[in-house]
Write a protein that binds this ligand. Structure first.
Ligand SMILES: [Zn+2]
Length: 125
């Protein structure tokens, strides 16, 4: 996931927890709908934080995952896939759909880390 996006969601979640807390405190006097609104905000915030935590965990485990896929491809098909391109930034495998022909050059957009760069060498396919 994009680091900026995960940062924004984290800030949003913290904001929701604070706002939810204010609502719950305000509702102690007897406005029970405020407690309900505050509780919903806190639950949503925890959900967002849990989502970010899971995504970060998946991203942290990615290099291992890529290696495993690579090994399966090698032993499974019995041939080295020469078409397989990898991201210059994070090494994640790229597919044809991640490539775009722009002004005679080939642009690569990594779906994992979001890096965009021009491919210097024409892919062999
Ligand atoms: Zn990448």
């Amino acid at each position: 996931m994009n680091k900026l996006l995960s940062g924004l969601i984290t800030v949003l979640a913290i904001f929701l927890i604070l706002l939810g807390g204010i609502f719950i405190i305000a509702g102690v006097d007897g406005a029970y709908e405020n407690i309900a609104i505050g509780a919903v905000m806190v639950v949503v915030a925890i959900g967002l934080l849990f989502y970010i935590y899971r995504v970060e965990k998946i991203e942290a485990a990615k290099p291992k995952l890529v290696n495993q896929t690579f090994n399966v491809q090698m032993s499974g098909s019995g041939k080295l896939d020469q078409k397989q391109l990898t991201c210059r930034s994070c090494g994640a495998p790229l597919e044809d759909k991640d490539l775009r022909v722009v002004q005679g050059g080939i642009m690569v957009k990594c779906p994992y880390c979001g890096t965009v760069y021009a491919l210097e060498e024409a892919p062999k396919w």
